[in-house]
Design a protein around this ligand. Structure first.
Ligand SMILES: *Cc1c(COP(=O)(O)O)cnc(C)c1O
Length: 373
């Protein structure tokens, strides 16, 4: 490819490091605090917990182990069932299997593409222990009906908020609804540490238990005494330094993402007979981690052909996740059918979504789509 074509390529995501990132990271290097002790860890935990409105935040090495810790904290294990949307990122399902429990897949609803709270009761059994609410692509799950069902049946609620930093449900930030909640700070997430994650909770006993498990199970009061089998799921001080610098900019990040979404909404105005654009429920604010569209039935060109054609024009996009129940390790847990999840998955495209994307770049994306459709 000629050099100018490469430089004009629009990525689907990219981090934004315009704040104190370099300063804080070089502080780690110059002071020698590069591992999982160091001042930035607690600062980042406290900052993020207060942002989410929770008492505790436990920093860990990524969003997948964070979900594993959520399972372990609640003693979820063999013989237990956890309700999870089939249309989700695979880590949410894998974490249930790490714990030896069984994922029970839920159908999506067509408005927000999240799990359909109205259908939860149909899959509850005597073995159900928890419901995992995944706020897909940044739109919160309708939490009130979900919390009501959980309460009625004595189930735990876990939030996987990896895609929804700063999104709100009825005015309250996600991450504070579950007994435990999980975030990711992977490189393409709204707030990034490179790799990182955090478990949120209001429960002091769960906070201690999660800290014990993430730190090799070592008794905090007795060095090298390990009362339980733990894990090394710790975050480094370097990652926390990045995370703290990112949190200083989160309001700007979210504002930019809302500007980006409003621009896309406008650019799509005369394409609404061809694509569904993100809907925001009146009770929600979206974090627009990924501005995502779904091709309508009337569009005859395949989703994958659209993605390839955009790629050829220097526009990187992503297909939606496959529903978990169609993939080899998870097939056996499918029961019944999930036509809505399958349809969303087959027709969805995540468009370039990042802080700093220019209006001109967005015009290029939508014009290219228009020509194809
Ligand atoms: C990114 C993501 C994760 C996993 O996070 P990692 O930090 O990449 O391990 C989990 N769940 C969802 C919904 C995600 O989007």
């Amino acid at each position: 490819m000629p050099e100018n074509a490469v430089s004009q390529r629009i990525p689907v995501a990219q981090p934004s490091f315009g704040g104190n990132e370099l300063r804080y990271v070089s502080e780690c290097v110059t002071t020698g605090w590069v591992s999982s002790n160091g001042a930035f860890i607690k600062k980042f935990e406290d900052n993020f917990a207060s942002y989410c409105g929770t008492k505790y935040g436990i920093a860990v090495s990524n969003g997948t182990v964070s979900l594993h810790l959520c399972m372990l904290a609640l003693d979820i294990g063999p013989g237990d069932e956890v309700i999870v949307p089939t249309f989700t990122y695979v880590a949410a399902v894998a974490a249930i299997l790490y714990a030896g429990a069984k994922p029970v897949f839920m159908e999506s609803e067509t408005r927000t593409w999240n799990l359909d709270p109205a259908k939860i009761e149909t899959v509850i059994t005597k073995k159900t222990k928890a419901i995992m609410a995944v706020h897909t692509y940044g739109h919160p799950v309708d939490m009130d009906p979900l919390l009501a069902v959980a309460k009625k049946h004595g189930l735990h609620v876990i939030e996987d908020a990896a895609e929804a930093h700063g999104a709100t449900y009825k005015g309250k930030r996600v991450g504070g609804f579950g007994i435990v909640s999980s975030f990711s700070f992977f490189g393409n997430k709204t707030v990034t540490c490179g790799e990182g994650g955090m478990v949120m909770t209001n429960d002091p006993a769960l906070n201690e238990k999660i800290r014990l498990l993430k730190g090799q199970g070592m008794d905090p009061k007795r060095r090298y005494w390990h009362p339980v089998v733990g894990y090394n799921y710790r975050m480094t001080n370097i990652a926390a330094a990045l995370g703290l610098a990112q949190m200083e900019q989160i309001d700007q990040f979210l504002n930019y993402r809302h500007t980006m979404a409003a621009r896309y909404d406008k650019l799509f105005a005369d394409l609404r007979d061809k694509v569904d654009t993100p809907l925001v429920e009146p009770w929600a604010t979206h974090s627009f981690w990924m501005y995502s569209v779904a091709l309508k039935d009337s569009v005859k060109i395949s989703r994958d052909a659209v993605i390839d054609a955009l790629e050829a024009r220097g526009i990187e996009t992503r297909p939606f996740f496959f529903p978990a129940h169609v993939m080899p390790p998870y097939r056996e847990f499918g029961h019944g059918s999930y036509p809505l999840a399958e349809k969303i998955s087959a027709r969805g495209i995540n468009l370039p979504s990042f802080v700093g994307i220019s209006e001109e770049q967005q015009v290029r994306v939508v014009e290219a789509l228009k020509k194809l459709l």
